[in-house]
Design a binder for this molecule. Structure first.
Ligand SMILES: [Zn+2]
Length: 470
């Protein structure tokens, strides 16, 4: 058997031409151009044409099953596509195809009424682009998508997607996480910041004028720019959505893994004072400078935003140091069960993710400052990751994030605390840590700060802005 094989191999070697590099297969889908036309303003109906090129186009698909009820079955050259699970398929693969479909965004908004799916607010509808774009099949990471939206007259369109000329660009794999867009009649402002700009969109129903809201947003965006050294994204869409009869900012969300878009819901009785007290906008903007994590590390992402947001307010003079510790004394104990019972990576629920993550950040910040004689802190780790390109628009692994940070800082404090508090359950004695820092907490969340505690100087360093040269 072996001899026969050797003989055949020798024959093959004699008769073969010199080996050639394997030819790279051209991609099945190279690019698509999506044209979105507003077919009706109210009810809001969109007609989408997706013209794709490649070698073997198979059809269109979607990641979120909730979309299906609002998509009128797509066609190609006037022929209906065959529906198979979450796919609309051509009868046979083609090198070129122009798909057409309609999306009933009005009914999507009426039946779900969620700003991360579709939400009507007065004369506008806010919806992530993932709620009206189907993706080409096969879904390839390298397929480039160009998007144009035809909105006419005073019926406008704005999106957080990356602008290119008079349209937008993205990769096909980003469609299922594509960020917010707005259709309708709204007020817009562009806020120029060091390192980037915010496209501010205000939907109707707000008790406050756009000028007051724009200056609130701009001040907070500048605190973020001070932290990172510049605003962390070249272009960010921020949609302010007035909802309900409340008198405060109610909720906010940054959509990760896509060009940054933030939606903030505010009650229709929100006044200037409530804006001053708000923490939500700052928390969401903070996320833009930190990479996204997939299937891990949510506690780190949310912990950082929860921990640094009030520190930034102290630095800006919007919160006193005493109030900061009052907030930490109220919030951090909520994260302790997650640390003691599960470890942060496996802890269920939001309290562990946000406040457990914030406890981790406090432990890390204190350790880093102690070890460096107050010259380095957790923010140096965050900024080093940001300088290496970490952004909410990209997914990084926790391992690579930690290794960049630790190489920059020359320490293993972050990963040893991660092993201790994220990978396995380990209780944290928060009272003892607070006492060492000179934070005395009495009944009823009465907090007193002492400057004669062993780590009082560390506590003072936590809120001090770093010198500009760092
Ligand atoms: Zn968050």
């Amino acid at each position: 058997m072996r001899a026969v094989f050797v003989a055949l191999a020798a024959l093959a070697a004699l008769s073969c031409a010199p080996p050639r590099a394997p030819r790279a297969e051209p991609p099945a889908v190279t690019q698509c151009r999506y044209d979105v036309r507003v077919a009706s303003q109210r009810p809001l109906l969109l007609d989408v044409t997706a013209s794709c090129e490649g070698t073997a186009l198979e059809g269109l698909g979607y990641a979120d099953a909730r979309l299906r009820s609002y998509v009128v079955a797509p066609t190609e050259s006037g022929r209906a596509l065959r529906e198979q699970g979450q796919r609309f398929e051509l009868a046979a693969p083609k090198p070129r195809a122009a798909f057409r479909y309609r999306v009933d965004l009005e009914r999507f908004a009426r039946e779900h009424g969620r700003f991360d799916l579709a939400l009507r607010s007065g004369e506008s509808v806010v919806a992530p682009a993932s709620s009206f774009l189907l993706h080409p099949l096969p879904l390839l990471p390298e397929t480039r998508i160009e998007l144009r939206v035809q909105a006419t007259g005073n019926f406008g369109f704005e999106s957080g997607l990356e602008r290119r000329g008079d349209g937008y660009v993205l990769q096909a794999h980003e469609i299922s996480v594509a960020t917010y867009s707005v259709f309708g009649r709204f007020t817009g402002r562009t806020l120029e910041l060091p390192g980037g700009r915010i496209e501010l969109v205000l939907l109707d129903g707000s008790p406050l004028e756009i000028d007051a809201l724009a200056s609130w947003v701009e001040r907070r965006a500048r605190w973020i720019a001070d932290f990172y050294g510049r605003f962390p994204a070249p272009r960010t869409l921020l949609v302010l959505v007035p909802v309900g009869e409340g008198a405060a900012v109610v909720f906010g969300k940054l959509l990760p893994e896509s060009a940054p878009g933030v939606a903030v819901l505010l009650g229709k009785r929100t006044g200037a004072e409530a804006l001053e007290r708000d923490w939500i906008l700052l928390h969401e903007l903070f996320h833009i400078g930190v990479p996204s994590f997939d299937g891990e590390g949510k506690w780190f992402d949310e912990g950082l935003a929860t921990y640094f947001e009030p520190i930034l307010r102290v630095r800006a003079g919007a919160l006193s140091e005493l109030e900061l510790w009052r907030e930490f004394a109220r919030g951090m104990p909520r994260g302790l069960p997650a640390l003691a019972r599960y470890g942060l990576e496996r802890a269920p629920g939001y309290a562990g993710m946000y406040w457990g993550g914030a406890v981790y950040c406090l432990l890390a910040d204190v350790e880093l400052r102690k070890a460096s004689r107050l010259t380095l802190g957790l923010e140096d780790a965050v900024r080093s990751v940001f300088e290496r390109g970490g952004r909410s628009s990209d997914v990084w692994s926790l391992d690579e994030t930690f290794s960049f940070a630790e190489r920059a800082l020359g320490t293993e404090v972050l990963s040893s605390l991660r092993a201790r508090h994220a990978e396995r359950p380990t209780p944290v004695d928060l009272d003892a840590l607070f006492a060492e820092l000179g934070v005395v907490v009495r009944e009823g969340n009465v907090v007193e700060l002492r400057n004669d505690a062993p780590l009082s100087a560390v506590r003072a360093a936590l809120v001090k802005p770093p010198p500009p040269s760092r």
